[in-house]
Design a protein around this ligand. Structure first.
Ligand code: NIG
Ligand code: FE
Length: 406
């Protein structure tokens, strides 16, 4: 008998997200799952549970609800203070997102508010955001800094992420995004020196990934390479905001550095996507940011043709996407980009986990994986994007523990 300390029973459909028998979602009808110490120890048909598992702990009856591996959000910016709702309204009146990034505007407004905020206030805000992630079924996030943009500000942002991980069960993978933009009033060369000689060495070991924004208002191709070269030398893994606002070298650079992810990619070419696929890079698409900036549809067909893994992310941030909801992002990717429900389900689970180096552990359910689950009031997993703009998640389980909003 297998010993378990948590059991979930009667999942109408249990989507393991491990393809099996021609089903890309690897679903088990009337499924059950057992875990011990936060990891899955058994899964199968509910009717077979009693013969296989001895439970000393909690049992949750899903009562026929749909259960899927906890969602994985591969691109978020959860450490910030202040709101930019007025900029959202300005864009509906025709102002462009790129046009909002000059001087003290746009990202720099958030930088000012974030630098001015006490660390504890930023932790409170991040905890509120974590609760919204969890209540929308997300159990793992990649979390970027990028609104400090100096040594103390970026260090404070990383401390916030560490504090957050201690306050909520949400799994947090930290990314250093000091190369978000060059802070207004700072000399570009000076800032690059601070990034490569001070910040990157100081944060080694505190952030798993290093990210940069390679696009016109942010960093040029050669500046991006300078930052990423130093990051790689120091042992960071690489992600890259690339070709979000215009065609450019960002996707080539991501492929060159074998980045774990290349993000946004609205303007990526077919050749760049082929190079990214060959490098094993995952394309992380951000539908909510795409819509609020009135950006073109990403080259979905070329992505399919290239065979690149595609993740769907919330891109939670105050400028382009103030939403923690992956189901909302999945709905947008389906209705406006023509992605299929299966593509966005894979994109919000196993493909996202792969971009974080968590394949086989998060974003899927198999023996040894995290016992992270989203229980939804939907008839089947493919119906998750069909319910647009309403939260159908009824329970979120992290590491075999039923999370309840406090
Ligand atoms: O992912 N592209 C840059 N970074 C964010 C937006 C940041 C902001 O506007 O505050 C993004 O869209
Ligand atoms: Fe971003």
């Amino acid at each position: 008998m297998i010993e378990a300390d948590f059991v979930l029973r009667h999942a109408g459909q249990l989507a393991t997200m491990v393809a099996a028998d021609g089903d890309p979602l690897g679903r088990i009808v009337d499924g059950a799952l057992a875990s011990r110490g936060g990891r899955v120890v058994w899964l199968g048909k509910d009717a077979e549970l009693a013969r296989a598992v001895r439970l000393d702990g909690d049992e949750l009856d899903a009562a026929g609800a749909c259960v899927i591996a906890g969602l994985v959000d591969a691109h978020t910016h959860p450490v910030f203070a202040g709101s930019r709702a007025d900029e959202f309204a300005e864009r509906q009146a025709g102002v462009t997102y790129a046009g909002q990034q000059s001087g003290e505007h746009g990202i720099m407004r958030t930088v000012r508010a974030t630098r001015a905020a006490e660390r504890e206030r930023l932790v409170e805000l991040a905890v509120e955001r974590a609760d919204r992630f969890l209540s929308n079924g997300t159990t793992t996030i990649e979390a970027k800094t990028g609104y400090g943009l100096d040594l103390p500000g970026e260090s404070k942002s990383l401390e916030v992420l560490t504090a957050l991980a201690g306050r909520r069960p949400l799994r947090v993978v930290p990314t250093f995004l000091g190369a978000h933009v060059v802070p207004f009033g700072t000399d570009r060369l000076d800032y690059l020196r601070v990034l490569t000689e001070e910040m990157l060495p100081a944060f080694k070991g505190r952030a798993t990934f290093c990210d940069a924004w390679c696009d016109e208002p942010a960093f040029s191709a050669s500046e991006t390479r300078t930052v990423l070269r130093r990051a790689r030398e120091l042992g960071y893994r690489i992600r890259l905001h690339a070709a979000q606002l215009a065609p450019g070298d960002g996707p080539d650079i991501a492929a060159e550095f074998q980045a774990a992810s290349a993000d946004h990619l609205e303007y990526a070419t077919a050749g760049q996507l082929t190079a990214l696929a060959a490098a094993g890079t995952v394309a992380v698409l951000c539908p909510a940011a795409n819509f609020t900036t009135h950006a073109p549809r990403p080259p979905i067909e070329a992505m399919r043709a290239s065979g690149i893994g595609v993740a769907i992310a919330s891109d939670l941030n105050p400028g382009t996407s103030n939403s923690e909801s992956l189901p909302y992002a999945m709905t947008l990717a389906c209705v406006a980009w023509g992605m299929t429900p299966v593509e966005v389900l894979v994109g919000a689970t196993s493909a996202a986990a792969r971009s974080l180096g968590l394949d086989g552990v998060a974003g899927c359910l198999c023996v040894g994986s995290f016992a992270d689950l989203a229980v939804l009031d939907v008839e089947r997993p493919e119906a998750i994007p069909y319910y647009g703009g309403v939260n159908r998640v009824i329970r979120t389980i992290v590491g075999g523990v039923d999370w309840q909003p406090s």
